[in-house]
Design a protein around this ligand. Structure first.
Ligand code: NAD
Ligand code: UDP
Length: 342
């Protein structure tokens, strides 16, 4: 085989999922920072299946090569170990900037690094967007609303964040990332999009990442008590990963520049959510109360009017549907891990 034959044989290899055939003109070069993480790897799957060329930058702090290993060797795919705190040069058409730990135990593990990732990482990626004239999308968060005094939260709400509390490294980091994004838009005409993502769950969540969905599912599967922090009256609204990926791709490709909430307004108290997981997985487990965590937002539900109006987007999956698929994933994953261990 000469080099060209090898490329072709890889391209047609039945071991890769079939990607859409599009013209070179339609195919974009897309950079996904944090693409080996939970959200990033699902976004990568969708962009690859659409026929685009995808480059992932990741330092593997919370992500894992296994999340994208099914694309390794595909001629449209590249995985690069890189920390976004350091500048990076490449020519691309679009940048989805996700790189940042998202679960509270992870982002609180090294708060200074979390702030550096949000601030310096976002400056570096905006600089790249400016130089290459790439369109830039920031994955911001509902945490910019802090412990909200308005409910549900609209994009026009400015938020209620403790700037020196344990969540500040993440919340304020993302708030500055938004400020930077719009400063580059006004000052340097960078073409920007900002998604404010609400709690999202699904397959490939890291089972030890400490977020409530993975904690409760793993505890119920192991037969351990479900751990509620505080009285469990705090609320969250949970969205399934595939809905989020739809929203991110729509936002990137529509012509709307203001921040857009992406979340599922189905709201649960954490106690109701624990009871739901228990009835889905294992009726025999107990629910225990642990001390509340500091500055835990008490209510959270997105107003998604803007996403509906400007993107024609609304979630399609119910929380129940998503939870069933996620439970199946964690069960399969456990089987796979015990197989690796033998
Ligand atoms: P994740 O932890 O699974 O993924 C983050 C990825 O970024 C990982 O692959 C990690 O290794 C990588 N990363 C972290 N720091 C980096 C650095 N300095 N350089 C390069 N790579 C780095 O989290 P996720 O849930 O997939 O979140 C992805 C994005 O979505 C984050 O920006 C997060 O703030 C945002 N978000 C997620 C949620 C959610 O519920 N999942 C909610 C709001 C916002
Ligand atoms: N939570 C809980 N038990 C757990 C993990 C989380 O009661 O084992 C609570 C947590 O205090 C918060 C909610 O569940 O009120 C969502 O927490 P998560 O860490 O998933 O996300 P975030 O706080 O960032 O929304």
């Amino acid at each position: 085989l000469n080099h060209e034959d090898m490329t072709l044989s890889y391209f047609h290899s039945p071991s890769f999922p079939a990607v859409r055939a599009i013209t070179n003109h339609e195919r974009k070069r897309i950079l996904v920072t944090g693409g080996a993480g939970f959200v990033g790897s699902h976004l990568v799957d969708r962009l690859m299946l659409m026929g685009h060329e995808v480059i992932v930058l990741d330092n593997f702090f919370t992500g894992n090569k296994r999340n994208v290993q099914h694309w390794m060797g595909h001629p449209h795919f590249e995985l690069i170990r890189h920390d976004v705190v350091d500048p990076f040069m490449i020519e691309v058409d679009q940048i989805y900037h996700l790189a940042c730990p998202a679960s509270p135990p992870h982002y609180q593990y090294n708060p200074i690094k979390t702030v550096k990732t949000s601030v310096m990482g976002t400056i570096n990626m905006l600089g790249l967007a400016k130089r290459t004239k790439a369109r830039f999308l920031l994955t911001s968060t509902s945490e910019v609303y802090g412990d909200p005094e308005e409910h549900p939260q609209k994009e026009t709400y400015w938020g209620h964040v403790n700037p020196i509390g344990p969540r500040a490294c993440y919340d304020e980091g993302k708030r500055v990332a938004e400020t930077l994004t719009y400063s580059y838009m006004h000052q340097d005409e960078v073409d920007v999009r900002v998604a404010r993502i609400f709690n999202t769950f699904g397959p490939r969540m890291n089972e030890n990442d400490g977020r409530v969905v993975s904690n409760f599912i793993m505890q119920a599967l192991r037969g351990d008590e479900l751990t509620i922090y505080g009285d469990g009256q705090q609320t969250r609204s949970f969205q399934y990963i595939h809905d989020l990926v739809d929203g991110l791709i729509l936002l990137m490709n529509k012509n709307y520049k203001d921040p857009v909430n992406l979340g599922n307004p189905e709201e649960y108290t954490i106690r109701e959510f624990a009871e739901m997981i228990r009835s889905e997985i294992n009726a025999n487990v107990d629910i225990m109360s642990l001390p509340p965590t500091e500055d835990d937002p008490q209510r959270r539900r997105p107003d998604i009017g803007r996403a509906k109006r400007h993107l024609g987007w609304a979630p399609k999956f119910s929380v129940h549907q998503g939870i069933r698929e996620t439970v199946q994933y964690f069960k399969n994953n456990k089987m796979e891990q015990s197989w690796y261990a033998t």
